[in-house]
Design a protein around this ligand. Structure first.
Ligand code: FES
Length: 150
């Protein structure tokens, strides 16, 4: 089952923040976590194909509870997952610009590490990272972690 996801509905922003947002060009259809096959031997679930996440872009995974998860893919092809909420004022990181293994928040340009979610100094804060693994061209995530709230 494929679903279009609009990350804007889950983010509280003021009027100035809204004006800074770029059109959601990087929001793409996703496979809902509840609709994909589970690996019975582990708690990992197949959430999408690696190629479903655009190079130097992002894709949003909506969870049953808690905030959305942003999946990112670097230019080199590495895949990362962070809570789609900037540690500054909650901006949608999935709509940011991916460079190297970092994403620039679309609201105030904080630079967030894709591997650990840490903001680059002098800014301080962390976007929650999520575990994932890539196998046979698919992205797998921990179902228990996805089901947990923020
Ligand atoms: S919300 Fe301000 S830099 Fe992300």
């Amino acid at each position: 089952m494929r679903t279009m996801v609009d990350t804007r509905e889950t983010v509280a922003m003021d009027h100035d923040d809204q004006r800074r947002l770029q059109p959601a060009q990087k929001t793409v259809p996703i496979v809902a976590a509840s609709a994909v096959a589970s690996d019975a031997a582990t708690d990992w679930i197949d959430v999408c194909a690696v190629e479903d996440v655009p190079l130097q872009g992002a894709r949003v995974l909506r969870r049953p509870r808690g905030g959305d998860v942003a999946l990112f893919r670097s230019a080199a092809g590495a895949v990362f997952a962070l809570l789609d909420r900037c540690p500054h004022k909650g901006g949608p990181l999935s709509q940011g610009i991916v460079f190297g293994e970092r994403v620039a928040c679309p609201l105030h340009n904080w630079s967030i590490g894709l591997a650990d979610g840490q903001a680059a100094a002098p800014d301080v804060g962390c976007a929650r990272p999520f575990a994932l693994r890539v196998s046979a061209g698919r992205v797998w995530m921990d179902a228990t972690e996805l089901r947990a709230g923020d």
